[in-house]
Design a protein around this ligand. Sequence first.
Ligand code: SF4
Length: 310
Amino acid sequence: MKVILSQPRGFCAGVVRAIEIVERALEKYGPPVYVRHEIVHNKFVVDGLKAKGAIFVEELSDVPSGAVTIFSAHGVAKSVVNEAGGRQLPVLDATCPLVTKVHNQGKRYVAQGRVLILIGHAGHPEVEGTQGQIPAPVHLVQTVEDVATLDIAIDTPVAYVTQTTLSVDDTRAIIAALERRFTDILGPDTKDICYATQNRQVAVRELSKLVDVILVVGAKNSSNSNRLREIGAEAGVPSYLIADGRELEPGWVKGVNTVGITAGASAPEVLVEDVIGALKRLGPVEVTTLPGRAETIEFRLPPELAAATA
Ligand code: SF4
């Protein structure tokens, strides 16, 4: 069996930074440190940090007074920032700078007097954070069909922003519907929203031309991993989202010549190796990697941690 690895795959700069913030905080302040929500959507990563002394909570009310508190890569609503400030919690913000960029873009549109539309998935922490950062009502659109139900006059000046981890293609269809509906509409170039989302999606589309089955390594609640699986399936290749090698069903790869593997932005490479190991237990495999696009982006750590020893 041939195995082709998509490139790039796995960790993005925002995830690397978020994990490093927790690790350096544990080193500098000592355990426990409290993290609001899963720092990134990956159980393996979260369990590893728990073992080092991180405690994950969903609400700030579960953080004891004075405890070091970290906001996850997905960002938080302004009310959460204010609550932490009111309780004088020492906060380290692991919100990905590209998510913050979306918040700032949305705030600028609202300051220009535009009604803001957010393209994203209801209930995702990034969407809740973005809605809660904008000092005005934010209309959530999840599908092309939702556009027709927006209660906004067609000549109202509007603008849109999007969740960072959506499929660029899906977003394009929704934006086209918005542009058909509204006469005065602005929005950012979707290709600029998140380089990592874009690169992983382009790569899996290339991969889908070469393989019989695609395995996407990632968590079920990882938005970008789900999109990678969908892109493979839309290209007509049976595609499966798996957390690790234990979830590999032998039937998926029975009689298959070439298996493609990619990984979501929050999935560590060790889990890709685990899936390759599971394939090897079924028979001999030959692993190659697609050339793909090189990624050199790194995000700076918060100043209070930048000098801490790694
Ligand atoms: S996928 Fe993009 S927006 Fe999300 S954490 Fe990674 S770099 Fe940031």
